[in-house]
Design a protein around this ligand. Structure first.
Ligand code: PEP
Length: 250
């Protein structure tokens, strides 16, 4: 079955409100005729509302970079799913390796965040991926399958099919070292098989799996040829409208 590709730009902690609005305004005309890809930009929290307003009427969707699992309460520094939907957020990156490595996020927490986002109508983009050490030990397929199973725990098959998973080998993020197309395909295929075993073939056929890690305009075409790669999560190259538009218009 044909899965619609999804390409998301993770702006990380970059761009003020003004810079984010300017970037999305620059992007709109460059991607306006693209109806073959779901295009998502994920600004930092302060810029979400402004970017969401600026992209109105375009084919660009807005994603957050995290969400808390509770609806409200004493959770200093956190944002709830309802607070995000109020300002037009439709996607949310979850379990990014930077959140896991620098802020101690766990597989259990990622699962709770994913379930809260989904329940509020936000599509989680759930990140997984192995460190260089695990890759070199040869244990990367087990590691990624474990992260995926933990993140999807408690979802029903008809929910799983609507989710997005981003396979991001940590050693390829921001390093300029892209995984080879075969390496990306091997792990994305394994993720799909893991989903099939736990949630059935329909969920596996429909869930969208992105690759992330130093994706550039020059690499996207070949990456998208891989049968189990349904899109990309793009960091650095999403900060320039021209580069990101060339990626989404592959
Ligand atoms: C990311 O952080 O999700 C990412 C893929 O970054 P980059 O494209 O810069 O490697």
């Amino acid at each position: 079955m044909a899965r619609k590709p999804i390409i998301a730009g993770n702006w990380k902690m970059n761009n003020t409100i003004a810079a984010g609005v300017e970037l999305v305004k620059e992007l709109i005309p460059l991607v306006k005729d693209n109806d073959k890809v779901d295009i998502v930009v994920c600004p930092t929290s302060t810029a979400l509302a402004g970017v969401s307003e600026a992209k109105k009427g375009s084919n660009i969707h807005v994603g957050a970079q995290n969400v808390h699992w509770e609806k409200s309460g004493a959770f200093t520094g956190e944002i709830s799913a309802d607070m995000l939907t109020e300002i037009g957020v439709e996607y949310c990156v979850l379990g990014h390796s930077e959140r896991r490595d620098y802020f101690g996020e766990t597989d259990e927490g990622v699962n709770k965040r994913a379930r809260a986002a989904f329940a509020a109508g936000i599509t989680p983009i759930i990140c997984c991926g192995e460190s260089l050490e695990i890759r070199e030990k040869g244990a990367y397929l087990e590691k990624v399958a474990y992260q995926v199973k933990m993140a999807l725990d408690g979802f029903k098959p008809e929910e799983v099919e609507k989710l997005v998973i981003a396979y991001e080998p940590i050693w390829a993020i921001g390093t300029g070292k892209t995984a080879t197309f075969d390496q990306a395909e091997e792990v994305c295929k394994h993720i799909r098989e893991t989903v099939a075993a736990a949630y059935g073939q329909k969920a596996a056929d429909e869930i969208r799996i992105q690759y992330g890690g130093s994706v550039k305009p020059a690499t996207i075409k070949d990456l998208m040829q891989q049968p189990n790669v349904d899109g990309a999560l793009v960091g650095g190259a999403s900060l320039k409208a021209k580069d990101f538009s060339e990626i989404v218009n592959f």
